[in-house]
Write a protein that binds this ligand. Structure first.
Ligand code: GRF
Length: 225
C-alpha cells in the first residue's frame, strides 16, 4: 500500500521539493507519495514546484475566515485526495482543531530549531534563527514532531544537532539547518508510514547521516538504540 501524503506549505518549498521527489515518483510501488499540496497563499513559490511535478495543489485562504470554515474546506480537500498523512513544511498557520483531530498521529511538523526552545506562536523563518543567535547557544537544528492543537508542542520524533558557528548570521544558520532538514524529513516520514503499516507507534529517530558527520568532523556516528 502506498500512503497518500499532503504537504502544507506557505513559502519557498525546499522541503516540499525533497518530499515530492522522494521516493522517485512513478518508479514502482512505494510506502508513501506526495499526492497534494495545500497552501494558504496563492502567490507562494512552492505552488510552481507542485505544478512542475504534476502534483495537484489546493489554496485554502485563512486570513479573515473562521477556523470552522477553514477546517471544513481543508478536510474536504484531504478527503477528496484520499490523504492519509499530512506534513507541515513551512506552513505558517495554526491547524484548526478538527483537522488535527482527524489526522492525530498522522500529521508531522518540521521546525528549524531544537524544540521546546525557540518555538511557539510567531516563531518562524528568520525570527527563529535570530532568537537562537541572540541566546548564544552553540547548537541548533531541526525538530520533527507530531502535531497537536498548540504551535510546536506535539511529541518529538526526531532532532538533528547543527552547530552554530562563529560569525553566523540568521541566513547562514538557516541554510545549514535547511540542509539537514532535507535528509531528516523523508527519513521520519518513512518511519511514520512503516509504523502505520505495522500498526505500532512511530519510533523516535536519531539524527545520523553524512551531513551530521561532516558538521562535526566525525568519521562515524555512534550506534544508537
Ligand atoms: C523550514 O526551515 C522549516 O523548518 C520551517 O519552515 C522552513 C520551510 O522552508 N517550518 P522551505 O519552504 O521548505 O524551504
Amino acid at each position: 500500500m502506498t500512503f497518500q501524503v499532503a504537504v502544507f506549505a506557505s513559502g519557498r518549498g525546499s522541503n516540499f521539493r525533497v518530499l515530492a521527489d522522494h521516493p522517485d515518483r512513478g518508479t514502482g510501488p512505494h510506502l508513501w507519495e506526495v499526492a497534494l499540496l495545500v497552501s494558504d497563499r496563492e502567490d507562494a513559490p512552492v505552488l510552481e514546484l507542485a505544478r512542475d511535478r504534476g502534483i495537484p495543489s489546493c489554496i485554502v485562504p485563512v486570513s479573515e475566515r473562521s477556523a470552522h470554515e477553514v477546517a471544513r474546506e481543508t478536510l474536504a480537500a484531504l478527503e477528496e485526495a484520499q490523504i492519509q498523512i499530512v506534513l507541515l513544511a513551512g506552513y505558517l498557520r495554526l491547524i484548526p482543531p478538527p483537522v488535527v483531530e482527524a489526522f492525530r498521529g498522522r500529521m508531522l511538523n518540521i521546525h528549524p530549531a531544537l524544540l521546546p526552545g525557540f518555538g511557539g506562536k510567531g516563531m518562524y523563518g528568520s525570527k527563529v534563527h535570530e532568537a537562537v543567535l541572540a541566546a548564544g547557544v552553540r547548537i541548533s537544528g531541526p525538530t520533527i514532531h507530531l502535531v497537536d492543537e498548540r504551535y510546536d508542542r506535539g511529541p518529538i520524533l526526531a532532532q538533528w544537532p547543527v552547530p552554530v558557528l562563529p560569525g553566523d548570521t540568521p541566513a547562514s544558520l538557516a541554510t545549514r539547518v535547511n540542509q539537514v532538514e532535507h535528509e531528516l524529513f523523508p527519513a521520519v516520514v518513512d518511519e511514520l508510514a512503516r509504523s502505520l503499516d505495522e500498526g505500532r507507534a512511530p519510533r523516535p529517530i536519531p539524527g545520523t547521516g553524512d551531513a551530521l558527520r561532516s558538521h562535526f568532523s566525525l568519521t562515524s556516528t555512534p550506534d544508537l538504540p
